[in-house]
Design a protein around this ligand. Structure first.
Ligand SMILES: Cc1cc2nc3c(=O)[nH]c(=O)nc-3n(C[C@H](O)[C@H](O)[C@H](O)COP(=O)(O)O)c2cc1C
Length: 260
């Protein structure tokens, strides 16, 4: 197997790190790889905050659904979808005056611009993840960064046209983490379609989720023992408190991005 495939196929999320700092040159390589990621229109519609202050990591460990391992990660990168920088540049470039001369209102960032910027930020984040993996570091995404937007805006001085879309923790994996097995995935027949979307029926959905359901029932993950994975994921993830908070927080950020 070629070394790139090796890295891609052996990556796993790592949530326990050796108490070992990351050399500055390794940090710089990871950031360089992130910035070489493809980017819409070569605009680099993202910013990266290298969270170095322990105080900020401690706060994130709390505001991101109480995940203490965030505070122990030697490298924490926040990826922001960012249209603020371009919008500010439009303003200093005299775009307002150009629009005035044309008799048209200057357009502000809208929903589509936000989605495009999120694509940029996430692609850069994953380049950082893969670069880190190739350099012997483990990583873990923290989706809960979309929660508690008010606290995160204050913590990182975020203006309206920025949107924290991914937080990634990095560090050298502990021996136990290195030994951990890869997580399973659904079969490709349920995920990859030819030419058209294929909506799965009840029997196929059941078949798709059967191995994970069986594992869940065997391991007894949930004390209330739901009948299947669907019931478990619904109550533990989809309808859980953190998901409600994420949706509230994202609505508030969208309101700041598109107030009209
Ligand atoms: C968008 C996104 C958000 C995630 N958020 C969290 C998180 O908040 N906490 C966590 O421990 N893992 C988080 N993860 C890691 C997933 O749980 C992990 O990727 C999944 O269980 C599959 O395991 P693997 O990465 O080891 O293959 C996140 C992953 C992604 C892609």
């Amino acid at each position: 197997m070629n070394p790139v495939m090796e890295v891609l196929l052996s990556r796993k999320s790592v949530r326990a790190y050796e108490d070992r700092p990351i050399p500055e040159e390794v940090r710089a390589e990871i950031l360089h790889a992130a910035m070489r990621a493809p980017t819409a229109g070569n605009m680099m519609l993202y910013s990266i905050i290298d969270v170095r202050e322990q105080r900020a990591k401690d706060i994130l460990a709390r505001t991101c659904d109480n995940q203490p391992f965030i505070a122990t990660a030697p490298l924490v990168l926040l990826f922001l979808a960012d249209y603020q920088r371009w919008f500010d540049y439009f303003l200093v470039s005299g775009v307002e005056q150009v629009c005035e001369r044309r008799g048209e209102a200057m357009r502000k960032p809208e929903e589509g611009d936000l989605f495009l910027a999120c694509c940029d930020a996430l692609i850069a984040a994953h380049s950082a993840v893969i670069a880190a993996e190739s350099l012997g570091l483990g990583s873990c995404y923290i989706g809960d960064i979309m929660e508690n937007c008010e606290a995160h805006r204050e913590l990182f001085d975020l203006p309206a046209y920025t949107f924290p879309i991914a937080l990634v923790c990095f560090g050298y994996p502990t021996a136990q983490q290195k030994r951990r097995r890869l997580t399973s995935r659904f079969g490709s027949e349920f995920i990859v379609f030819e030419n058209r979307y294929r909506r799965l029926g009840a029997a196929e959905l059941e078949e798709m989720h059967r191995p994970m359901t069986e594992r869940m029932l065997r391991d007894g993950v949930d004390p209330e023992t739901p009948a299947n994975l669907g019931q478990s994921v619904y109550s533990q993830k989809f309808a859980a408190g953190f998901a409600k908070e994420m949706n509230r927080s994202v609505r508030a950020m969208l309101q700041a991005w598109t107030p009209d």
